[in-house]
Design a binder for this molecule. Structure first.
Ligand SMILES: [Zn+2]
Length: 386
């Protein structure tokens, strides 16, 4: 019993020890906080306020005092680049490389930053030269990705294909991109009328990605240019199996091919079938023109009316009004003119292709989004609702 009471007397001692330990820890924390220069916090605060000029000034001062802080120098380099002060970024990274303190394992990372500086400054050749040298080190993956970007920007598709193949991983096969790179090459060959090599390249595109719609479009163009009209039709019709949304891009080509074979009625029937099965395709205008040319205005108007009533669109209603202008009274025509003008104004604003990745809108269609760099991300039919 006496022994138990004696133990109780020790309790305040434990509390005292705990309190002392906490106090020592706090002191260490405060000491560490004091060792971070005030300029660092000033720079951080300015960054939060988006005042990058003050941030760059404050952090430059800190780096001058503590030249050994590697992470801070990396941040400062990025900040210079963001502000467009590429010269300062280049000088900073070069001085890091010259420093005797830089450990070997960080050397490649600094070179990588220097390559980014050169690229931002428009000195792409110098950036490429550095990145190629990094391909065997610990920054190989980042360097290869940056090189792929550069080759696409330079339209150096052969190098882009090789680089994408080397980047191939479980997470990203790059087959989608490789097919587009082959299409770019094929397009160039078609432009130079080298039909055989264009054909070879398109086949390679389809081997990389059998769903590549652009390859089918090109394949049809090549066969058409070579006088193989039926083969061209087969290539374009293949788009239905790949991604039917793109059929509107092949529609006029298909009709021209049937016309060349002397079978315009078959061409019109095919397009009508597409319109019925895939009402989201933009075919009303084309069908109206071709039907009017081969079957007369009355038939064309009937067909346009049927499709617009089934799925009203701005361009369809516009076409409907225009087709009936001639039959209206003078007053009726004046009213229709106003309606047509309003429709046209809205259609010009709303009828655009849209990038599904970054929402960039454009009246022209692109296979490669000029805003975000994604491939095949543009809507093939100009959206009216989004
Ligand atoms: Zn985009």
């Amino acid at each position: 019993m006496d022994l138990d009471l004696w133990w109780l007397l020790l309790l305040p001692g434990f509390f005292l020890l705990g309190w002392l330990a906490a106090r020592v820890d706090m002191r260490a924390v405060l000491k560490q906080a004091k060792s971070i220069p005030a300029g660092f916090f000033r720079g951080l605060d300015a960054l939060v306020e988006d005042k990058t000029d003050i941030a760059a000034q404050a952090l430059t001062e800190v780096v001058r005092q503590q030249a050994s802080s590697l992470e801070l120098q990396f941040t400062l380099g990025k900040l210079y680049r963001k502000r467009g002060e590429n010269d300062r970024a280049i000088r900073l990274h070069q001085s890091m490389l010259d420093s005797a303190d830089l450990a070997d394992e960080h050397r490649d990372a600094v070179y990588f930053e220097l390559a980014r500086d050169f690229r931002k400054a428009g000195l792409v050749d110098r950036a490429e030269e550095i990145l190629v040298k990094l391909l065997n080190g610990n920054m190989a993956l980042q360097a290869r990705r940056a090189l792929l970007d550069i080759y696409q920007q330079d339209r150096d598709w052969s190098k882009a294909i090789d680089t994408a193949r080397e980047l191939l991983s479980d997470a990203h096969s790059f087959q989608h991109e490789v097919a587009q790179f082959y299409c770019e090459l094929a397009q160039g060959e078609l432009f130079r009328s080298s039909l055989d090599s264009a054909r070879e390249l398109v086949d390679k595109a389809l081997q990389a990605n059998r769903k590549c719609v652009r390859a089918s479009l090109l394949k049809g163009d090549i066969e058409f240019a070579d006088g193989h009209i039926e083969a061209a039709i087969a290539a374009w019709q293949n788009i239905e199996k790949q991604n039917f949304d793109y059929l509107s891009m092949a529609a006029e080509r298909l009709f021209d091919a049937y016309e060349k074979l002397g079978k315009p009625a078959e061409g019109i029937a095919l397009l009508r079938g597409y319109q019925k099965t895939f009402p989201q395709l933009e075919l009303t205008d084309l069908l109206y023109q071709k039907t009017a040319a081969y079957e007369g205005e009355t038939k064309a108007l009937e067909a346009a009316r049927e499709s617009v009533h089934a799925r009203p669109t701005l361009s369809g209603v516009y076409r409907l009004i225009e087709a009936q202008m001639g039959a209206l009274s003078l007053e009726g025509r004046m009213d229709a003119e106003v309606a047509r003008a309003v429709l046209q104004k809205h259609a010009q604003r709303l009828l655009v292709h849209r990038c599904k990745c970054c929402n960039f809108r454009s009246r022209a269609f692109f296979w490669h989004c000029p805003a975000c760099g994604e491939w095949e991300s543009f809507t093939p039919n100009r959206s009216e609702t989004h």
